[in-house]
Design a protein around this ligand. Structure first.
Ligand SMILES: [Zn+2]
Length: 360
């Protein structure tokens, strides 16, 4: 992918700071030992304008009773309010937070970016819902799809900026294949983990979505309890989108098992830049538009264990894309809408406006 170094021709100042000011919201992140997975995820959150604006406007760093939000606010301030104009910063405080939240991340080894993203969103939600952002909503069963290993899914019934932005709802229509009895359930999600068609060199994101939403039959150990029969039966399931989220986070399931062997799928996935259409997957026809624009991508290059994460994020201030590789930031001249490395894609339903964040 052709790239151009971000224009920073001047040297370092006496305190190790760039003498020229960088673009607000565009800031490299130091790698503290295999922490590229965290840096890539944080870049995507830095470019989530409504989240940044909300936290910077409603939470103060001094709010000691919101430790998670406090760490986010501190980082957002550094990146968006350009303290000192440094070209990169260190997310050490965030790393310490993540380690304290989940021991799995308390070491120097590479971790899964998607698991981290969900962990961060859950932690932020849990922090905010207990601290004055409480607003009751309907009671849906809340689960995080594709991520059952971490059990920190937020409780149902509390609305925060996290749920307002990232939460969608799936609908499952189930048909018992013995008695033809119908049943229905809903499931809340924050990240959709999409399967990639096997044995294909190239596919589209729409193919992955179609595979996710296609009718499936649950048999053997996956049988569902039929309310009519009173026992578990083979069940046909039709999945649809009951409530599309404001921000749609799609995780491509590149890591999987082939027999007993772990492997990474290097399928070249073509994705849409500004017209990802969810209409075919909606439970009900909607008058509101459900076409999404891409604003951030987490890439994973290399092998399963020895890989490297980077991020591509859109800046609403410069209307351009930047590539973030830890401390190295470069402007992307020719954005390619296909990649064998795209791992997480973040789409927004409404294009982000130019953020109004005062410089300090
Ligand atoms: Zn039945």
């Amino acid at each position: 992918m052709p790239m151009e170094e971000l224009g920073c021709s001047s040297g370092w100042g006496e305190q190790g700071k760039r003498e020229d000011r960088r673009l607000a919201g565009v800031c490299g992140l130091a790698n503290s030992g295999n922490s590229c997975y965290m840096n890539a995820v944080l870049q995507c959150l830095f470019s989530t304008v409504p989240l940044v604006e909300h936290l910077l406007s409603s939470h103060k760093r001094s709010q000691r009773n919101s430790p998670v939000a406090g760490v986010f606010v501190h980082l957002f301030q550094e990146v968006w309010q350009g303290q000192g104009g440094t070209s990169f910063t260190s997310p050490g405080e965030m790393r310490a937070l993540v380690s304290s939240l989940h021991p799995q991340f308390n070491n120097q080894s590479q971790q899964d970016a998607q698991e981290l993203l969900l962990l961060l969103l859950n932690a932020l939600h849990d922090d905010l819902k207990n601290k004055g952002e409480r607003r009751q909503t309907g009671s849906s069963q809340r689960l995080c799809l594709g991520r059952k290993s971490l059990s920190s899914a937020p409780a149902a019934g509390d609305s925060t900026v996290v749920t307002r932005l990232f939460e969608g709802q799936l609908s499952y229509q189930m048909l018992c294949l013995r008695c033809d009895g119908h049943s229905h359930s809903n499931q809340v999600f924050t990240i959709l983990s999409l399967p990639i068609p096997l044995d294909s060199y190239k596919c589209s994101l729409q193919d992955c979505l179609s595979l996710f939403f296609q009718q499936s039959t649950l048999t053997c150990g996956d049988q569902k309890l039929c309310p009519e029969c009173g026992v578990k039966r083979d069940t046909a399931v039709l999945t649809s989108m009951a409530k599309p989220p404001e921000i749609l986070v799609l995780h491509l399931k590149r890591f999987g098992c082939h027999g007993s062997e772990k492997r990474k799928l290097r399928t070249n996935v073509l994705f849409s830049l500004d017209s990802l259409d969810l209409t075919p997957f909606l439970s009900r026809p909607s008058a509101n538009h459900t076409s999404y624009s891409l604003y951030a991508v987490v890439n994973h290059t290399g092998d399963l264990d020895m890989g490297h994460y980077t991020a591509l994020c859109h800046s609403t201030l410069s209307s351009s894309w930047h590539h973030f590789d830890d401390t190295t930031v470069s402007e992307v001249v020719d954005f390619l809408v296909q990649s064998p490395n795209a791992y997480i894609l973040l789409y927004s339903r409404q294009p982000f406006h130019r953020p109004t964040i005062p410089q300090i």
